[in-house]
Design a protein around this ligand. Structure first.
Ligand SMILES: [Zn+2]
Ligand SMILES: [Zn+2]
Length: 97
């Protein structure tokens, strides 16, 4: 009696090296392995490559998809403008939707 590595079902086979009950399970497991390997190689490639911020040149995090670092992706003038708008709203009339 053998135990399928994919669907956890018990099965019998004459082939000693068979670890899946059916070709469907074998294909599914193979596909998953390929996907895993692909994801791992993508991760490795990303970590191996040092990317720099387009604005200030500091190293970017491997998880940062933007071409700018955290400091540069926030535009200071935009932030102060937004803050002024919020202040204006609070000082002025009530906010209506
Ligand atoms: Zn199976
Ligand atoms: Zn930067």
């Amino acid at each position: 009696m053998k135990h399928c590595q994919w669907c956890d079902v018990n099965f019998t086979t004459k082939i000693s090296y068979q670890i899946y009950c059916s070709s469907t399970c074998r294909e599914a497991a193979t596909r998953e392995k390929i996907a895993e390997r692909y994801a791992a190689s993508r991760r490795n490639r990303r970590h191996g490559k040092v990317r720099k911020c387009k604005s200030c040149g500091s190293n970017l995090s491997a998880y940062n998809d933007d071409p700018l670092c955290v400091n540069c992706s926030v535009n200071p003038s935009e932030v102060s403008k937004a803050l002024k708008e919020i202040k204006g709203l609070m000082n002025g009339k009530s906010i209506t939707d």
